[in-house]
Design a protein around this ligand. Structure first.
Ligand code: AMP
Ligand code: ZN
Length: 112
């Protein structure tokens, strides 16, 4: 399988890691859209939010347990946005489920 984020998780492609455990890998986005822009991904290949199910949802739960920890470490006490783009209409470009954490400045109100 040819998946960029699976290769990043395996360490075959370098990344700026901010967090890792058994379920979750988090790293800095290569093209940041905010002062803090981190991608949080499951350590199994799930193509998008549309592929979350009862078998793999533990990975999603773990991601959302870790997000507040990352936010704290990144000094995002002022708030942050969590986004996942799912499918073509949402412009998902990497087909491995990922949650963007955006913060470190006042974000614009508009999301679409
Ligand atoms: P999306 O458009 O929601 O699929 O988001 C994919 C994100 O992955 C984009 O914000 C890219 O900047 C980011 N990205 C692509 N390649 C890399 C990479 N090698 N390391 C870190 N982030 C990446
Ligand atoms: Zn993958």
């Amino acid at each position: 399988m040819d998946c960029l984020f699976c290769e990043i998780i395996k360490g075959n492609i370098p990344s700026s890691k901010v967090y890792e455990d058994e379920y979750v890998y988090a790293f800095r986005d290569i093209n940041p859209q905010a002062p803090v822009h981190i991608l949080v991904v499951p350590k199994v290949h799930i193509s998008s939010a549309d592929e979350i199910n009862a078998e793999n949802s533990v990975y999603v739960a773990k991601i959302f347990e870790v997000i507040p920890e990352i936010a704290k470490n990144e000094s995002l006490g002022g708030g942050y946005r969590v986004i996942t783009n799912c499918g073509a209409d949402a412009c998902q470009s990497v087909k491995h489920l990922h949650f963007h954490i955006l913060g470190g400045a006042q974000l614009i109100e508009k999301m679409g």
